[in-house]
Design a protein around this ligand. Sequence first.
Ligand code: BGC
Length: 250
Amino acid sequence: MNSSSLAVGIDVGGSSIKCALVDITSGGFASERYAVPTPAQESTASLLDALGTLVAKIPGEHPIGLTFPCVIRGGFLRSAANINKAWIGQPLAKLAAKRLGRPVIALNDGDAAGLAEVRYGAARDVKGTVLVLTLGTGIGSALFIDGHLVPNTELGHLQVQGREAEHRASGRARVEDRLSWDSWAAQLTLVLQEMHALLWPELIVLCGGITEDPEEFMGKLRCEARLCVGAMRAEAGIVGAALATTLSDP
Ligand code: BGC
């Protein structure tokens, strides 16, 4: 467990790997933010090399929190929806620690974004059930009950009227299906309503790059739960990854 106030957060998404030194006290960045494209379908060694290149930009001994767009249990990857399936079963935390020469905690990218929003952002001090969704290459989900994370919920793969949630309403689906903002908001509404019917959350927080344009779609969404855009926007994953180094059980 990290007792210093600085840690490196690395957020491996389906399309880019982002990284920064984070001040855990405030949730702000203590270095520049660095990014490279994710070699998502390349070998596990290529991805570890990409991590090495990024971390070399942040000298020091700071511990590392590392997200992956996968189910992660006990440091092992258990699924790989949007990256090379060769990752399944790999001891990610151990491999990354060896390659980077520093202690590494690994967790799901959606869970990391959620941890950041609950500690510093839009879900701070919210009691009851809170759902944080990241809308990027896939849809990541983080479920909290009174601030406690239920990890690896993977709601992006929920079937919504015969089609996976993330195939309907991820950021990638909007671009690949050439959806107008209205059509995409209608798809996201279907997804939110299905998730709401399952969990009845007090609040749903939307994060990810697409939330840089909230005026394009927030007013078009319909859901019984309170909806808001994440305060940490697309950086929630980096901050939550760093924060995870301070938690005994992220
Ligand atoms: C993966 C999740 C991930 C989400 C967002 C999904 O396809 O299964 O683990 O959190 O994409 O990257």
